[in-house]
Write a protein that binds this ligand. Structure first.
Ligand code: HEM
Length: 231
């Protein structure tokens, strides 16, 4: 994709970052407005470093990675991202500790910080999650969530623009659903009924998968199609 298309991808990715950050941590990083905020810059830098490392054979080996500038850039960006997440976790924990049971049940407070709140109040095998475990979960959501949806939405728009007949059908479906009021926000039920749009998104993910592959290591021998795999 080139020119204007790249801008669309950038805006959609920043939009996804805002949405995911709000729903994971309950804070706004205003990525769309403050594109040069430290957090946004570091997220973008890490995405770039990961892509570069995949393409540069010499940077792939852990043993010598420290010889390259990306190693230090990556370490610094990760540290700053962790610090930001920790500061949000700490302030949210403080707020929870200080809030009265009445405030805790306030639907507005609940709605805004559902995921982080849930982690702060969760236990695994009877013990609460550590600060680091919570940070890991929030960071996974932030990373898993923003780039995958950002690229899926960008490619969906690209494909809709390339296939006007499909775009028209998708638009017709929306018109039927919002005939009463085109400006009303979509409800959960509306989303369930966007059958054609769902097909468009699934076909987009088939053609341009946000996660094209993933790897697993086995800790014991596995037999697959007659071949014995290990490692
Ligand atoms: C188009 C959108 C998305 C696609 C195609 C996608 C795809 C995937 C895939 C293939 C995996 C499995 C990776 C593996 O097992 O190695 C995965 C895991 C995961 N995804 Fe997504 N994802 C999307 C959006 C999201 C969003 C929006 C969130 C959260 C807000 C999210 C959170 C996660 C988490 C937490 C995991 C599990 C990581 C783990 O195993 O520890 N994903 N996703």
């Amino acid at each position: 994709m080139q020119g204007k298309d790249i801008n669309i991808y950038r805006y959609i990715t920043l939009y996804s970052l805002d949405v995911i950050c709000e729903s994971s941590m309950g804070v706004s990083i205003n990525a769309q407005e403050i594109e040069d905020s430290e957090y946004v810059k570091n997220v973008k830098l890490l995405c770039k470093i990961v892509a570069e490392r995949q393409n540069r054979l010499r940077e792939r080996f852990d043993l010598i990675y420290w010889l390259f500038p990306n190693y230090y850039r990556e370490k610094r960006a990760v540290r700053q991202i962790h610090n930001f997440t920790y500061s949000v976790i700490d302030s949210r924990r403080k707020l929870l500790d200080e809030s009265s049971p009445q405030q805790e049940n306030d639907p507005e407070i609940k709605k805004r910080v559902a995921f982080l709140d849930m982690l702060l109040q969760s236990t695994v095998d009877g013990r609460p999650l550590t600060r680091e475990e919570i940070r890991e979960e929030v960071d996974t959501f932030m990373f898993e969530g923003h780039d995958t949806t950002g690229s899926a939405m960008s490619f969906a728009l690209f494909l809709l623009a390339s296939h006007p007949d499909v775009q028209n059908q998708a638009l017709e479906e929306q018109k039927c659903m919002f005939a009463d009021d085109i400006l009303r926000p979509a409800t959960y039920d509306d989303l369930q009924n966007m059958k054609y749009l769902e097909c468009v998104i699934k076909e987009t993910l088939r053609l341009y998968p946000s996660v094209p592959f993933f790897a697993r290591k086995t800790d014991k021998e596995v037999e697959f199609k007659g071949i014995s795999l290990m490692g």
